[in-house]
Ligand binder design. Structure first.
Ligand SMILES: Cc1ncc(COP(=O)(O)O)c(C=O)c1O
Length: 415
């Protein structure tokens, strides 16, 4: 009855059931996996959204439906103005609005690939790639990021070896989730050359790009969208972003695709994206009308998130400084912290799943095991390690409450 692409194992969800059971029993749940800003107490974003939507409700344009397939022009101009500040060549004509970044991926796969084609995705990275690609009949093939001297770097040799037909596009996340690593200027050059020479599209997910940490290399580009003079001899390039991470407003359900690259190819791509967007017209009029005023508050909303993430990271740094066999991996941006658990006296690292399950069942603390993001169970020298990924978005009291338990559980598992 069902398509192979929908052949998922839909058995009971152990995690959801355990959490629901704990909540029913009145037991605490400390969620260190939460990266949903609407659950993490960001009051400025909620207040700003309420004000802007009240204005939108009174706007006469809200009462009519005359959709522009690429999105309302004022909204696209606001998006272009935001990204122009990052250094890429962008104007309203090169922007297409979507109902979130995930839909942006779907539109790009529909335009760039046929069933059975492949796209290259970084690993470790965002676990949803496989699903997003699979739903469009496309295979997501990993290319490795390797931790060298404390920085995650693209294994360019491995990438080049994989970038052969039927590969149609190279995806990257800048900064990456969960490693927080930025693509360096050298990597950017290499990626642009590879994609141009092999006729591949370059897709840069920049949902976390508005904030970088002090450890970020100064020469890492702010965007992979080519600057004015560099577009003509580069590859067809797409940048994805959206309100979900940039403004901390996932409930607005607005994202966008920005196209760049050689003018003729870019314009052909935009004309095709317009047909795809016109087929769904998925972004609501109120959301489009709200976008310019919300983007005007981006600096303020972004700062609230960045401050939270940085403060929580410092909390983790302080706590881990006293722990024997735990390291906090460096991050150049993003919302995650990766704890690396080193091997104990017996020479083995704890089992990530067992650790996460013990935390959940014994104290209601939720963390993500590293394998979920394809973090490998060994370090650069091959020694066994385990990884736990923590969201740095929850309120400080939640992080404080969970962190001690996490370190206790790690200590117990290493005995
Ligand atoms: C790297 C990355 N890209 C895209 C998304 C999805 O964004 P949106 O909510 O706009 O669909 C996420 C969500 O966590 C993400 O981590």
């Amino acid at each position: 009855m069902f398509a192979r692409r929908a052949g998922w194992d839909l058995g009971p969800d152990d995690l959801a059931e355990t959490v629901a059971r704990r909540r029913r029993a009145g037991l605490p749940v400390v969620d260190l996996t939460d990266s949903n800003p609407t659950r993490c107490g960001f009051r400025t974003a909620a207040a700003r959204l309420a004000t802007v939507l009240a204005d939108v409700a009174r706007d006469p344009r809200c009462a009519v439906y005359e959709p522009d397939p690429r999105g309302d022009r004022a909204a696209r101009e606001a998006v272009a103005a935001h990204h122009a500040g990052q250094g890429g060549a962008v104007c309203a004509e090169s922007v297409v609005l979507t109902a979130g970044t995930s839909e942006g991926y779907a539109h790009l796969f529909r335009m760039l690939t046929d069933p059975g084609d492949r796209v290259l995705v970084p690993t470790p990275s965002y676990p949803l790639f496989t699903l997003l690609a699979g739903l469009e009949g496309v295979e997501a093939v990993p290319y490795p990021l390797r931790l060298r001297g404390g920085h995650w770097r693209i294994d360019l040799e491995a990438l080049e070896a994989t970038a052969v037909p039927p590969v149609r596009a190279v995806l990257l996340v800048h900064p990456n989730n969960p490693t927080g690593s930025l693509v360096s200027s050298r990597e950017t050059e290499a990626l642009r050359r590879l994609c141009r020479d092999r006729g591949l599209a370059l897709v840069s997910d920049e949902v976390f790009a508005s904030h970088r940490r002090p450890s970020a290399p100064a020469d890492a580009p702010h965007t992979l969208l080519p600057a004015e003079g560099a577009a003509a001899d580069g590859p067809l390039t797409f940048v994805l972003s959206g309100a979900s991470k940039l403004l901390g407003l996932p409930q607005l359900k607005v994202g966008w695709i920005i196209a760049g690259g050689p003018a003729q190819l870019r314009d052909e791509a935009l004309a095709r994206l317009e047909v795809i967007a016109d087929t769904y017209l998925s972004v609501s009029v109120p959301a489009q009308l709200a976008l310019p005023a919300l983007l005007a508050s981006q600096v303020e909303l972004g700062r609230e998130i960045a401050t939270r993430v940085d403060d929580n990271r410092e909390r983790v740094e302080r706590a881990v400084a006293h722990a024997q066999n735990v390291r906090l991996l460096d991050a150049e941006g993003g919302w995650c912290a990766i704890l690396r658990v080193l091997a104990g006296a017996r020479g083995t690292a704890p089992d990530e799943d067992a650790l996460a399950r013990a935390l959940r069942d014994d104290s209601g603390v939720l963390v993500q095991p590293g394998w979920l993001f394809d973090l490998e169970p060994h370090d650069e020298d091959g020694a066994p390690v385990a990884h736990l990924v923590l969201s740095m978005l929850p309120e400080p009291s939640v992080v404080e409450a969970g962190l001690g338990r996490v370190l206790e559980a790690i200590t117990a598992s290493s005995r």
